[in-house]
Design a protein. Structure first.
Length: 714
């Protein structure tokens, strides 16, 4: 009864009801679409006027109501928050933020406001953890339309995970402080395809134009300001003023070894990426890369080359590089740590079927070099996770997801601590060169002398009943083994345990309190869910480039995935316009124009480009013919519309109808209808009483929509 009264109040006085969840997400429902909200202890049930109830089991912390008409979705993330809204014809937008230390509404930079074909979006970055609200104000003919402003509910902003060697005895890697806010005096430049050659920065040593020219200004050692390079949308090689490295791409370089630069290169939103080049870092201290996609790079995605320290690479999506011959078919390195780079953290990165994921160490290091890899998603990648020479490396809470060649490899006197990782169907999860599993068969992963691996708390799942999917421990074979497995994480490896080749002993760096950082590992069984979750590996919402691997094939196949390669080659960005001075142009209200007649039923399929078979539906998005099949009423469909961040399906009905969405046969997909999350329970979802009016279907989870069916109700 409480739920019925609550819903009645909402329908009269409010436009939306917002449920703030324990994980920081906000689920929003149009009040006119809610029949009631019921409470039973910690269980909250939202009963829509049509469709299936949505049940929240103990994860709703706050229920709030707001009066607003245009916001589609809004969420907090790691030191950022975003909002999306419907567009008004002829309007530009100002967006404001309130919360944290900002007691008043504060307008965000206009470059953070972008207009997509069917919606607007703003991302606010540099926020300290806390609660925030965002306000979207249309601007028409230069005047803010405050009466039409829309506000979000409370959005929870969390902190990035700063565990790892990059932050050992060092505060504020990059342009940001450890509380998530910009350092005092930091310069911010916004770099897009349109501005990369013309962007200007006034630095302490002069005024510079072009993104590489601005970064190069730091080489002389006389620039004192921290620098945040914020990338908007897709940046391709031809867009850049010039490259500091002809082999890699944009170069970040200091004057001498370990020069403190305080530079962050970050992507804004879900679709920031670079294509056709990568990044080279030399002689640098305090450099950060975050929330960025890298694809079809010339050589490495990110190469940490000579004499670097306190480098933090996190929340990066790294895909195939430029194809070469032999073992370079997927490009060269994804993220490499080389040549006396030390105090480095690579965390929460998503490696998409990369061939050579991460080389860590050469042969020239003078040491000691301390490196951390944690919470990375090695997603059907092949090898080098990492391939370690000479260095002391801590790999913990990484998700090895269908690895076809080998996981972690230790050579050349290195010491590796592999802790609480989750290896799912990973071939040769741990290797020491020239012994144990590596000494079996006809070849080795390395002919170099051995490095020592300490292992604790790892899970080896889906091992296919094969010895090659779990390591040989010292306890099983003291003369030839893949790792020394300890009973606790604090146990030392005896110095009498040495490698067969090179007689390397483990240096026990991880038990030395003067060397190690403070960290709290997750249980290994929790790693897959955390790494693939909302705050997990890769960009915000896992980025706009999505591909679903087929475990039955891709777990063991280390060749190029032609469908993924084609997706990368075809990718040209999302075509946004940026800045609050940009006005939107939206179609005339379709309720005022002639609509196709809906008779007893309309069945709409999609071709491989995403074009609908029925003119009743207006589609923005991409199609595919390689996402499996869907069967409906005895007919099998093989082409679909991919549900991605930019996908929208708009249609209008003049009476109450039944709507059915048919996704891939093996999928269970949630979606948004008119901005409200609808949770799927099978591959087909039916809304029995869809009210008359204009409706918009957008992405909630990544999936593939094969069919839409509209039917008249009795």
């Amino acid at each position: 009864m409480v739920g019925m009264v609550l819903a009645a109040q909402v329908a009269v006085a409010q436009n939306k009801v917002n449920l703030l969840l324990q994980n920081g997400k906000t689920e929003s429902y149009e009040t006119q679409a809610v029949e009631s909200i019921d409470f039973d202890g910690q269980t909250v049930t939202v009963n829509p006027t049509g469709g299936t109830a949505v049940v929240y089991q103990g994860d709703v912390s706050v229920i709030a109501f707001q009066k607003q008409s245009s916001i589609l979705q809004a969420q907090g993330w790691q030191e950022s928050a975003f909002v999306e809204w419907t567009l008004q014809d002829g309007a530009s937008y100002n967006v404001y933020v309130q919360g944290g230390t900002m007691t008043d509404w504060t307008r965000i930079d206009s470059e953070l406001v972008r207009l997509y074909p069917s919606y607007g979006r703003a991302d606010v970055v540099g926020l300290a953890p806390g609660s925030y609200r965002l306000r979207v104000v249309p601007v028409i003919d230069g005047e803010e339309q405050t009466a039409q402003a829309s506000e979000t509910g409370s959005l929870t902003v969390t902190a990035y995970d700063r565990q790892g060697f990059a932050h050992k005895d060092y505060q504020g890697v990059g342009a940001y402080q450890d509380d998530g806010t910009l350092k005092t005096g930091a310069k911010v430049i916004y770099v897009s395809a349109q501005t990369a050659k013309t962007v200007t920065a006034e630095l302490s040593s002069g005024t510079f134009t072009g993104v590489q020219a601005i970064i190069n200004a730091y080489q002389k050692g006389n620039v004192t300001e921290p620098l945040a390079v914020r990338i908007i949308g897709l940046l391709q090689a031809d867009d850049v003023d010039y490259f500091g490295s002809s082999a890699e791409g944009i170069q970040v370089k200091g004057r001498a070894a370990d020069s403190e630069l305080n530079i962050t290169i970050e992507g804004i939103g879900e679709d920031a990426a670079v294509k056709g080049f990568g990044f080279l870092v030399r002689n640098a201290k305090s450099v950060e890369f975050r929330n960025l996609g890298i694809l079809r790079q010339m050589d490495d995605g990110i190469s940490l080359d000579t004499d670097n320290s306190h480098i933090w690479v996190h929340n990066i999506d790294v895909f195939y590089g430029v194809a070469g011959s032999g073992d370079h078919a997927k490009g060269d390195g994804a993220i490499d740590v080389k040549s006396d780079s030390k105090f480095v953290t690579v965390s929460y990165c998503h490696f998409w079927d990369t061939g050579k994921s991460s080389m860590c160490g050469m042969t020239s290091e003078t040491g000691p070099n301390y490196i951390t890899y944690h919470h990375n998603w090695f997603d059907h990648s092949d090898s080098r996770h990492a391939r370690v020479r000479t260095m002391s490396v801590h790999l913990w809470n990484n998700y090895f997801d269908g690895v076809s060649k080998y996981g972690i490899g230790a050579t050349t006197g290195s010491s590796v601590f592999a802790e609480n990782n989750y290896f799912r169907h990973t071939h040769n999860p741990l290797l020491i060169s020239l012994q144990g599993t590596d000494a079996k068969g006809t070849g080795t992963f390395s002919g170099e002398t051995g490095g020592m691996i300490k292992a604790y708390g790892n899970i080896y799942a889906e091992t296919a009943s094969s010895a090659y999917y779990q390591p040989i421990t010292w306890a099983q074979s003291a003369t030839s083994f893949d790792c020394y497995e300890t009973a606790s994480r604090t146990d030392e490896v005896p110095q009498t345990v040495v490698t067969l080749s090179g007689a390397t002993a483990y240096n026990n760096f991880d038990t030395d309190a003067t060397l190690m950082y403070t960290y709290t590992p997750d249980a290994a069984e929790d790693v897959p869910a955390k790494v693939t979750g909302y705050y997990g590996a890769g960009r915000l919402n896992h980025g706009d480039l999505q591909y679903t691997f087929d475990n039955t094939v891709d777990d063991t196949d280390y060749g190029v995935n032609t469908a993924l390669a084609a997706l990368l080659d075809a990718y040209t960005g999302t075509g946004t316009t940026s800045g609050s001075d940009t006005t939107s142009t939206v179609p005339t209200d379709t309720t005022q124009t002639t609509q196709p007649t809906v008779e007893d039923a309309v069945i709409c399929s999609f071709d491989k480009s995403g074009t609908p078979s029925s003119s009743l539906f207006t589609v923005v998005g991409n199609g595919s013919d390689s996402k499996g099949t869907a069967t409906y009423n005895g007919t099998t469909y093989s082409t679909c519309l991919k549900m991605e961040s930019t996908t929208s399906i708009t249609f209008t009905t003049t009476e109450t109808m039944r709507l059915t969405l048919v996704f891939g046969d093996t999928e269970t997909v949630s979606f948004k209808l008119d901005g409200t999350k609808t949770v799927g329970t099978a591959s087909t979802y039916t809304i029995d009483a869809l009210t008359a009016g204009q409706h918009v279907i957008t992405k909630q989870n990544v999936g593939n929509l094969f069919l839409l069916v509209l039917e008249k109700t009795e």
